[in-house]
Design a protein around this ligand. Structure first.
Ligand code: SF4
Ligand code: SF4
Length: 358
């Protein structure tokens, strides 16, 4: 296992971080596989990863990741506290709510969190989070009091991560990226504002879907070829811990280009050549990169989830595209994707699959 600097925090973290969603017990809709681990088994899997050099464990407040935070606390109690880095998070945007959430998390963990993130910051919540008296201010106060060591912003949106990168109150960022959705990582690589911030990357396996198409060492090696601190991998079994923590033993050094990734996926469906760089914007409110991602996830194996999400708005999005005279999004896309045509393709796919499954 190799270790990297976590930005300017002074911490060194393992290149592979342990994502704790799969160790939970309970019903959490984001979970791709339910292992339903008992506390004993969860501790054993976490311990196995530790024995292979893992020192970063990422969780979220109960009940966002079920009981995972409690299990991580039990695990931490068996170790000298400074042997692992605990990163935790909660989806509260108001300062008072965040303050209480962090105290609850520390009680669940039985210790401090090394980094605490405002979780899932999106365009609807960012102004509150970054604003006076918002969640970020609360994290700064908790840092001064010693309840946490460093502050963090976690988001799937490039512009929000960039805002975090420019904000002196933020120590660490958490974003998503993988061989397919790498546009955001490409932008981070060339943006100097990210220098000095720790960066954890989640969705390396795209919610468990990509290992059906690519070896895990290729998935991990690609993400770690970017200037990131740590790739977070959700782990629920000893076998998964072995595959992730020992990835380098099987890694040839080959990092596929985006076009090579598409050509693999084209054998299984018709992916949209979108790397999710998030440079496009629709004045009518369609979140283009999210629609395209849901389409890719549908044919990669998460069809039920994707159809449910797409059904909520794809008809309207396609209708808006048909009526759109200026089509400003086209000029913003460096990949020259015919966005309205792809929107139509997604709408037809959803209609067809919904008929077949009803
Ligand atoms: S073509 Fe469609 S996605 Fe593009 S700006 Fe117009 S409505 Fe929005
Ligand atoms: S559609 Fe184009 S601009 Fe928009 S996220 Fe995809 S690649 Fe980037």
């Amino acid at each position: 296992m190799r270790y990297r600097r976590l930005g300017n925090t002074g911490l060194a973290v393992s290149e592979i971080g342990f994502g704790t969603i799969p160790i939970l017990q309970g019903s959490v809709p984001v979970l791709p596989d339910y292992f339903n681990l008992s506390e004993e088994d969860a501790l054993s899997v976490m311990g196995h990863a530790f024995s292979l050099g893992c020192n970063l464990y990422d969780t979220a407040i109960v009940p966002e990741y079920g009981d995972a935070e409690l299990k991580l606390g039990k695990f931490a109690a068996h170790l000298e506290r400074n042997r692992i880095v605990i990163t935790d998070k909660a989806r509260f945007y108001d300062g008072n709510e965040m303050y209480q959430a962090v105290l609850a998390s520390c009680e669940n963990l039985g210790t401090w969190a090394d980094v605490y993130f405002v979780h899932q910051v999106d365009p609807g919540s960012e102004d509150e989070v970054f604003g006076k008296g918002g969640a970020l201010d609360a994290l700064v106060e908790l840092k001064q009091q010693g309840s946490i060591r460093f502050t963090g912003i976690a988001s799937h949106y490039y512009d929000i991560l960039l805002r975090g990168a420019a904000d002196r109150r933020v120590d660490v960022l958490q974003g998503s990226g993988n061989v397919l959705e790498r546009g955001m990582l490409d932008r981070i690589r060339t943006e100097p504002l990210f220098t000095g911030k720790g960066l954890l990357v989640n969705k390396v396996y795209a919610a468990g879907l990509l290992p059906a198409f690519f070896p895990v060492e290729t998935l991990i090696g690609t993400v770690l070829s970017y200037p990131v601190s740590c790739a977070l991998i959700g782990i629920g079994t000893v076998k998964q811990a072995e595959a992730a923590m020992r990835w380098e033993e099987n890694f040839s050094g080959f990092v596929p280009t985006f076009l090579q990734v598409l050509s693999v996926l084209e054998k299984h469906g018709s992916p949209i050549p979108c790397d999710r760089c998030q440079r496009c914007a629709c004045p009518h409110g369609t979140e283009i990169h999210t629609v395209f991602r849901q389409f890719q996830y549908a044919f990669m194996g998460k069809e039920y989830w994707a159809l449910r999400k797409l059904n909520l708005g794809i008809k309207d999005s396609a209708r808006l595209c048909r009526a759109c005279a200026q089509m400003p999004c086209l000029k913003m896309c460096p990949a020259n994707i015919r966005i309205p045509e792809e929107m139509e393709k997604v709408a037809s796919y959803v209609l067809q699959r919904s008929k077949n499954t009803s």
